[in-house]
Write a new protein. Structure first.
Length: 109
């Protein structure tokens, strides 16, 4: 988890000033690596929370809204891989359930 925390912190700090697509892509790659490494969404949420709190302590009051919005955008990008994986899983289980339970009348054919 220390590698994740270090990488997340570096990527998030890189994203804050520019908020560009390249920096968001790094967030997406962090999410992909977390899925591949078997980390949970809760692990990512904890890391995000820790890094975000650290950044907030150094943020001036007039920048809080901008930083909070950027943090949300970055975190959503990190979680995108989890969303894709969940959607694929739900589609697969739905398809399996349909195969296991054909509509009425289909069994008689």
């Amino acid at each position: 988890m220390s590698d994740l925390r270090r990488n997340y912190r570096a990527a998030f700090l890189r994203y804050l000033p520019s908020q560009d697509e390249a920096a968001l892509h790094v967030g997406y790659q962090i999410g992909r690596a977390a899925v591949s490494d078997g980390l949970s969404m809760l692990d990512l949420a904890q890391v995000h929370h820790d890094v975000f709190l650290e950044v907030l302590t150094e943020t001036s009051p007039n920048e809080l809204e901008q930083v909070a919005t950027a943090a949300a955008d970055f975190f959503l990008q990190v979680l995108a891989t989890y969303d894709l994986a969940q959607r694929a899983y739900l589609a697969k289980t739905s398809a399996q359930a349909s195969e296991d339970n054909p509509p009425d009348g289909a069994k008689d054919e």
